[in-house]
Write a protein of this length. Structure first.
Length: 178
């Protein structure tokens, strides 16, 4: 999952001429003042060197709060909304960036923001896992919410279903033996 996230292209503004750069089998022309799409991993590296600026709007506490609101307003599995693509990885990056800024600035407002984001995420994950467990009781329910699950949640759902199926086979087999 992380690899596909890092390989996904993002728009950047080129701040310094670099000429042609080859990455992932493609050639990117980096001329000052132009906008191009680069794989996220390359864009990050070049941004750290001051060569490009990533134009993608980073995740904010407001984005996390919006997902939190939507998760807690869903009254049933049918009302469960999909989280944005790569949401959990973006939250991870957001929290890492907040931690970095806290180390550099030690700002109480940043600490509060991180605590709030972590609390929101614990509640989001708890609520979505509960919904996932409810859905696993019925194949029809799993099919119904599958499109609303993030890639990470689908992997978790598959693993949980496999574990539950194995456990059920063990329980049923041990109880039917003479």
């Amino acid at each position: 999952m992380r690899i596909s996230f890092l390989a996904k292209k993002v728009r950047v503004m080129v701040l310094k001429d670099l000429g042609n750069v080859r990455a992932d089998g493609e050639v990117y022309e980096l001329r000052k003042g132009t906008e191009v799409e680069l794989p996220r991993w390359l864009a990050r590296t070049l941004q750290q060197q001051g060569i490009v600026k990533i134009l993608e709007t980073p995740l904010t506490i407001d984005d996390i709060a919006r997902v939190h609101f939507n998760v807690f307003n869903a009254r049933s599995l049918r009302e469960l909304e999909a989280v944005p693509e790569y949401f959990y990885l973006q939250v991870q990056e957001y929290l890492e960036e907040l931690s970095r800024r806290i180390r550099e600035e030690f700002n109480a407002a940043l600490l509060d923001e991180r605590r709030k984001a972590e609390l929101y995420m614990l509640e989001i994950v708890s609520r979505r896992i509960t919904a996932l467990l409810q859905a696993l009781r019925s194949p029809a329910a799993v099919a119904e919410i599958s499109s609303k699950l993030s890639m990470e949640e689908r992997v978790l759902a598959d693993a949980m279903k496999s574990l539950l199926d194995d456990w059920l086979k063990t329980v049923v087999k041990s109880n039917t033996a003479p």
